[in-house]
Design a protein around this ligand. Structure first.
Ligand SMILES: *[C@@H]1O[C@H](CO)[C@@H](O)[C@H](O)[C@H]1NC(C)=O
Ligand SMILES: *[C@@H]1O[C@H](CO)[C@@H](O)[C@H](O)[C@H]1NC(C)=O
Ligand SMILES: *[C@@H]1O[C@H](CO)[C@@H](O)[C@H](O)[C@H]1NC(C)=O
Ligand SMILES: *[C@@H]1O[C@H](CO)[C@@H](O)[C@H](O)[C@H]1NC(C)=O
Ligand SMILES: *[C@@H]1O[C@H](CO)[C@@H](O)[C@H](O)[C@H]1NC(C)=O
Ligand SMILES: *[C@@H]1O[C@H](CO)[C@@H](O)[C@H](O)[C@H]1NC(C)=O
Ligand SMILES: *[C@@H]1O[C@H](CO)[C@@H](O)[C@H](O)[C@H]1NC(C)=O
Length: 407
């Protein structure tokens, strides 16, 4: 059996299919944005006997909510669409059985059931009453959808993402007829720099990045924008990222020393980390000597301060250790050296003692000089001395006398 024979046999068995009849292919339902357009994909078929009557001059009509040509006609391709109920154009070539139609400036009154009709030469006039398209005019555009992928795997939202993993936020949107076509844009709160990649044909926008703690609790929003003649319409979808990360110790953690040594350590991690102090390698507990207090700074931050009352030797080291389920971090503290302080006080002591000794020496030297001089004077003038002696003895004189006696 050659191919031609096969076809003949096939057509004989399925006569109804092979003998072409009037039929049309239309989408069941289309949504259109109010103020915008709608494109109706459309192809029709006619009985073979009318093939010659489908010429360049063929016209197409659309009927709404019924198939009565008198009452339901809303568009005729051969009359100016300015005056008709529907503004638009059959862009398909009717001669090629293509009836793709564009309607502009749709309003809610245009919602309804649409039927196609073809009119050609001679007796070719046919309304496709069996198949229609439902046009639904909506006021606001449908929301785009944001989907989270971690390491190329789809994840339900609200799931936690581990720091360092590759994250892809995919925004996809059903697009409605619009001129210019709608666009997708990404934004975030709090604002962080975003680099998106848009594939316009599919209207998909990917936001790919490596998760860091900076994206924890950041909300990413994808917005679809329709730039219509008289207004701009938008719709959006958002996702809030939750990033888990190992603790990090804040560089502001430090120690101060007054009478006692006080150190504080600040760590941030998700889940919230724990903080521990190690003095010379050994964990420190809360006691009268070492007072530890903790303070939650946020859902991820913790601050701990330690007050050390005991004497620290020059070999003492203080370390702050922070850990959560994802890792640990530690910081070694430069203790304000108590050894150096000891040296300084010793130095001060030595200086003070030296000064005192020097002053004493100076006083003694002066006194000795004074008394020697007096003695000499006394010896030279006896009257003065007797006179002096007759006066009530003062402490000074007694001292002087004693001194001079001992000399
Ligand atoms: C469409 O317009 C053409 C030209 O004005 C007219 O001949 C035809 O009858 C119209 N079709 C319908 C269904 O009104
Ligand atoms: C209809 O479409 C054709 C072909 O695309 C174009 O030449 C014509 O100007 C359009 N008419 C209107 C009213 O838009
Ligand atoms: C057509 O039908 C829709 C519901 O299917 C209705 O909302 C609309 O008002 C009808 N339009 C006309 C012109 O009858
Ligand atoms: C097709 O058109 C021709 C002339 O244009 C006419 O003679 C013929 O009857 C038409 N065929 C049908 C089926 O109407
Ligand atoms: C972003 O990631 C997705 C899957 O995770 C991938 O398909 C896409 O190609 C990536 N885009 C860019 C620009 O790397
Ligand atoms: C240490 O003890 C004090 C009082 O005894 C208390 O206020 C403080 O919270 C304790 N610190 C820790 C880390 O348990
Ligand atoms: C965390 O602590 C464990 C022991 O507690 C240790 O084996 C590991 O090396 C530490 N990791 C880091 C990054 O410090």
């Amino acid at each position: 059996m050659d191919t031609a024979e096969k076809i003949i046999l096939f057509c004989f068995l399925l006569q109804a299919v092979c003998r072409r009849d009037f039929s049309i292919s239309l989408p069941q339902k289309i949504e259109a944005l109010s103020g915008s357009c709608v494109i109706i994909k459309c192809r029709f078929e006619i009985q073979e006997q009318y093939d010659k009557n489908l010429t360049e001059r063929a016209t197409g009509q659309w009927l709404k909510n019924g198939t009565d040509v008198k009452n339901n006609l809303v568009f005729n391709s051969s009359t100016s669409s300015q005056k008709s109920f529907m503004k638009g154009n059959i862009t398909g070539k009717l001669k090629d059985k293509n009836c793709i139609t564009v309607f502009h400036d749709l309003r809610s009154i245009h919602s309804g059931q649409y039927y196609f009709r073809i009119e050609g030469e001679g007796g070719l006039k046919w309304t496709y009453t069996e198949t229609s398209v439902s046009v639904h005019v909506i006021d606001s555009p449908p929301k785009p959808t944001v989907q989270l992928y971690v390491e190329q795997k789809e994840v339900q939202d609200q799931e936690e993402v581990l720091e360092g993993s590759s994250v892809s936020l995919r925004c996809s949107a059903e697009t409605l007829c619009s001129s210019p076509p709608p666009t997708l844009t990404w934004s975030s709160t709090p604002r962080i720099p975003l680099s998106e990649s848009i594939r316009l044909e599919e209207l998909i926008s990917d936001l790919n990045f490596t998760a860091t703690h900076r994206q924890h609790r950041v909300t990413f929003t994808c917005t679809i924008t329709y730039q219509l003649q008289d207004e701009t319409k938008t719709a959006q979808d958002s996702i809030t990222l939750h990033v888990q990360y190992a603790p990090k110790i804040s560089p502001s953690s430090s120690c101060t020393r007054t009478d006692v040594t006080v150190c504080f350590c600040e760590a941030d991690g998700n889940p919230s980390p724990e903080l521990e102090w190690h003095l010379s390698g050994r964990p420190v507990t809360n006691s009268s000597n070492t007072f530890i207090s903790e303070e939650r700074l946020s859902s991820t931050g913790l601050r701990s301060s330690i007050t050390l009352h005991q004497a620290l030797t020059h070999t003492s080291t203080l370390q702050c250790v922070s850990r959560n389920t994802h890792g640990n971090a530690s910081q070694l503290f430069q203790l304000p050296s108590s050894v150096a302080r000891l040296n300084l006080s010793v130095l001060i002591g030595v200086v003070v003692v030296a000064l005192v000794v020097m002053m004493m020496c100076a006083i003694i030297y002066t006194c000795v000089r004074l008394s020697t001089k007096q003695k000499a004077q006394n010896e030279a003038a006896g009257t003065y001395a007797s006179l002096q002696l007759s006066a009530p003895p003062s402490e000074y004189e007694t001292l002087n006398i004693k001194r001079s006696d001992t000399q």
